[in-house]
Write a protein that binds this ligand. Structure first.
Ligand code: ZN
Length: 437
């Protein structure tokens, strides 16, 4: 199929935008992309589809989330991270989390992500084999890992049990293009140095990404400094030898420029979660300094219990605006850079930039179609400006992965939305009873 007459924002290294542009899709992959006139001449026999007035861009990539937590959306708001985790989320998780919860919450989160233009996500949670099944059904792409932590979880009584389960999971999903497995350690303050090293070596052995929360709150940064005799969290992790290009460090709100140099040297990828950091009162990550130090920064929503949405368009806008406002410098994080964070940099963080994240020949056809006919989207001078500052998930008209249509104007083509919504409501009834809200 040859898509013609749209504006194609490729997010490739040359920052190519074709308008009117064309995108040729064959067997789920991008066979060609470029100016419409050229491609029409080259492929006159291809069935064509006219996308007049629409923008085509890579599907968004959520680089840090806990998808099934959508079932806890709005359950406990306006609390600091430690109280929120210790008094609400962890006790609820211990009562509620089982494979059935993961399936119901996972599918609900997937519905939300698809409708907001997300085609791939990076998830840290429990019973990920169940979430993997939901991802396969949906047609999305995901990097999934179960959080290793020093105390018993709903899934593993000991970290050893967690490691054994993660190893089995990695072996099961080896060689899958839709579902890939990561090794997750919850955070430096909830994992011993032994567990961090074990988890890292596991990721090294299986060539898997290593996903970890880093320096989310000032309290956490101070705690490690106190425990580790003036070392920062990043220095501590570096001394343990657990930092390299396969590491996705979520948050990094409280890191110094020295820490950023270490990250740059080790090629660590960052997942920036502006809404969650703001809502939990954790602070704002120094995004402008991360960019100055040449770090690869991707964007995440974090779980919907602390966001309270999985909408990446909001994060794109917020990431750009926060830096400009806080530093009183409107030139920081221009629109294009904000979009890069939610597309190609997300793919880099997930270790999937060879297969997705931009519209380039040979990659999977993971793309979204943005409608620009709404009054709020008119007039349109610069498509990148609209995508970063104007568009919202309400403008997402179609969503494709591997060239397959997942969603069009409110209708899902791979999932039964009505059934998923009903099943999520049943799960919410149980949560209501347990939490007495
Ligand atoms: Zn998180």
């Amino acid at each position: 199929m040859l898509l013609i007459n749209g504006t194609i924002v490729t997010m490739d290294d040359e920052k190519n935008i074709y308008s009117p542009g064309a995108l040729l899709i064959k067997e789920g992959k991008i066979a060609d992309v470029g100016e419409e006139k050229t491609l029409k001449e080259m492929y006159p026999r291809e069935p064509m589809r006219d996308l007049e007035g629409k923008i085509v861009m890579p599907g968004l990539i959520n680089a840090h989330t806990h998808t099934p937590m959508v079932l806890f959306r709005g359950l406990a708001d306006d609390l600091p991270l430690d109280t929120w985790l210790q008094d609400y989320i962890w006790p609820m998780e211990n009562k509620m989390i089982d494979p059935d919860f993961i399936r119901r919450g996972g599918l609900l989160g997937i519905l939300e992500m698809i409708a907001s233009g997300t085609t791939a996500f990076n998830d840290m949670y429990f019973f990920q084999d169940v979430l993997a099944g939901a991802v396969k059904e949906s047609g999305m792409r995901a990097l999934l890992g179960q959080g290793l932590i020093d105390f018993p979880t709903p899934e593993a009584k000991t970290p050893q049990e967690g490691i054994a389960k993660l190893t089995a999971l990695a072996e099961k999903w080896e060689e899958d293009d839709q579902v890939r497995i990561s090794i997750c350690a919850h955070a430096p303050y909830t994992c011993s140095s032994e567990l961090l090293k074990k988890a890292y070596h596991l990721s090294e052995k299986h060539h898997l990404p290593f996903h970890i929360h880093v320096a989310e709150t000032r309290k956490e940064a101070d705690l490690i400094k106190e425990k580790k005799k003036e070392e920062s969290i990043v220095e501590y992790l570096d001394r343990l030898g657990v930092l390299d290009s396969h590491v996705v460090a979520a948050h990094c709100v409280w890191i110094s420029e020295k820490d950023m140099d270490i990250f740059h040297h080790r090629k660590v990828k960052i997942a920036h979660n502006p809404t969650s950091n703001l809502k939990l009162g954790s602070g704002t990550a120094p995004l402008h300094l991360m960019q100055k130090h040449g770090l690869t920064v991707s964007l995440g929503t974090d779980g919907a219990a602390s966001n309270n949405s999985l909408d990446l368009f909001r994060e794109i806008r917020l990431a750009a605006l926060l830096s400009k406002g806080l530093q009183q410098d409107p030139e920081l994080i221009p629109a294009y850079q904000a979009l890069e964070m939610a597309t190609i940099n997300g793919a880099r963080a997930l270790g999937m930039d060879d297969i997705t994240g931009s519209l380039e020949i040979g990659k999977f056809a993971d793309f979204i179609v943005i409608d620009t006919s709404a009054p709020a989207m008119r007039p349109l001078y610069h498509p990148v400006s609209h995508l970063a500052y104007t568009a919202g998930r309400e403008n997402v008209e179609e969503v494709y992965t591997s060239g397959k249509l997942l969603y069009r104007k409110g209708e899902y083509f791979t999932l039964d939305a009505e059934k998923i919504l009903a099943e999520a409501e049943t799960a919410a009834e149980r949560i209501r009873k347990e939490s007495r809200v």
